[in-house]
Design a protein around this ligand. Structure first.
Ligand code: RFL
Length: 406
């Protein structure tokens, strides 16, 4: 584990029971849970507040996550502004195949862009609950995590000096490229899965072309439409991993989306300027355990689930609820049971979502694999969703994240 004694660089002049590294959905939710219980914490974020409040990523939020946010007083604006999605639609074999999960289960999804949620959480944490946060910090380092007096240091953006913070616990919520995951390299088991495909992730300044999520399972590759707001729509196009977004000029993108999402009786897509265009190589990883001494990882810092099943943000917030509650129990009541079980209990849901992502990936991409056997079984999997009520119910439960327990 990377453990530089803090005293090598600076003296710990500040003290907080918890230092949270990262002001994404996971870190801010942990911070809000702690502040609601009256526990002091410091959130350290490498980007500016404006940047994190504008960074577009996810948009599909599970009902149990929204209920959890609501219970903690964190869903006010979301409940006013978010849209409820009650159905998605698969397009394959040239036809439209709507899947009405609300009708089937009584449950729905919420559509709320991640940057709106982050904006709400920053406001709640910093402005309403008086939480301490430093934006724009550089070179965060973790120290003495195996002892009972850990600390975190960072370079202050204003003074350029290294500041140190003594704490009892560190919440590692700094995403896939952060420092907290790197701090356990060599000690953690990291299991990886590479799908061998890329997705061109697009944001179009255009209203959604259909009022629901569309999954185009086409022999030339997957295409997806995810409504985000009346003005902005996310689209995905399967492409080779590592492809250059420059290979995808405006006209090629729209021609390919039209082709792969085309179906008999479907409205034509509504085009518009592409305001984001990046290639994501589809891969997953899981870091085990998620706890090391005084460091507890949450969200993408602990596990990455490719956006195939729209689960990353949801897992991050589920982790944050569990970690926030466990830290409160330990710090206010001296009860360490939740923290001791945090990693094992969270990993059950993490692995379940990883398995769902793999299952769904084959359904989306099998038809374009170039392997007629995989194409045949992918089509059988798709058709079974619409011919077997048991398969449809199982899919809906996993897609909506409504399983009673993990
Ligand atoms: P985040 O959101 O990456 O936040 C981590 C924060 O830590 C900061 N940071 C540091 N701070 C201090 N020191 C350092 N050394 C630092 N290094 C990094 C970063 O600036 C950042 O502010 O992680 P978190 O909180 O775990 O949240 C995870 C989610 O953001 C992620 O899983 C989702 O966005 C994934 N995802 C989706 N998930 C869903 O549930 N539903 C979706 O529909 C969905 N769509 C998506 C997605 C991810 C996408 N991309 C870009 C990978 C669509 C896309 C295109």
């Amino acid at each position: 584990m990377t453990e530089t004694p803090a005293s090598h660089n600076s003296r710990a002049t500040q003290r907080f029971p918890v230092v949270v590294v990262g002001a994404g959905p996971a870190g801010l939710t942990v911070g809000c849970v702690l502040r609601a219980a009256g526990v002091d914490c410091l959130v350290l974020e490498s980007e500016s507040r404006e940047f994190v409040e504008r960074r577009p990523r996810a948009g599909v939020i599970e009902e149990p996550v929204v209920r959890g946010l609501e219970r903690r007083g964190l869903a006010g604006t979301l409940l006013e502004r978010a849209r409820r999605d009650t159905a998605c639609e698969f397009r394959f074999d040239g036809g439209r195949h709507p899947f009405g999960y609300h009708e089937l289960t009584g449950h729905h999804h919420w559509v709320y862009p991640q940057q709106f949620l982050v904006t709400d959480l920053v406001r709640e944490y910093a402005d309403m609950r008086g939480g301490a946060v430093r934006f724009g910090v550089r070179d965060v380092r973790l120290h003495d995590l195996d002892g009972d007096r850990p600390s975190v240091s960072y370079v202050c953006p204003e003074s350029g000096r290294r500041e140190a913070v003594a704490c009892d616990f560190v919440a590692g919520c700094d995403g896939a490229r952060g420092v907290t995951r790197a701090a356990v390299a060599g000690r953690a088991r990291v299991s990886r899965h590479d799908y061998g495909i890329g997705w061109l992730a697009l944001l179009a300044e255009a209203p959604p072309s259909a009022d629901r999520v569309l999954f185009g399972c086409h022999p030339d590759g997957f295409a997806g439409q995810m409504p985000r707001s009346p003005e902005v729509t996310r689209y995905y196009l399967q492409c080779p991993p590592g492809d250059d977004p420059g290979n995808w000029p405006h006209d090629r993108v729209w021609a390919e989306l039209h082709r792969r999402l085309g179906a008999a009786g479907a409205e034509p897509l509504t085009g518009g300027p592409l305001i984001e265009k990046r290639v994501l190589d589809m891969h997953d990883y899981v870091t085990e355990p998620m706890s090391f001494g005084r460091l507890h990882l949450a969200g993408d810092a602990a596990h990455l689930v490719a956006p195939i099943a729209a689960k990353g943000l949801n897992l991050a917030v589920h982790d944050a609820f569990a970690l926030g509650d466990a830290l409160v129990d330990r710090l206010l009541r001296g009860d360490g049971t939740g923290l001791a079980g945090y990693s094992a209990s969270r990993l059950r849901q993490v692995w379940d979502y990883q398995e769902f992502s793999q299952w769904l990936s084959e359904l989306y991409h099998g038809g374009a694999s170039g392997n007629p056997f995989r194409a045949g079984t992918a089509l059988a999997r798709l058709r079974r969703l619409f011919s077997s009520p048991a398969t449809a119910a199982a899919f809906a439960e996993r897609y909506l994240g409504t399983a009673a327990r993990y």
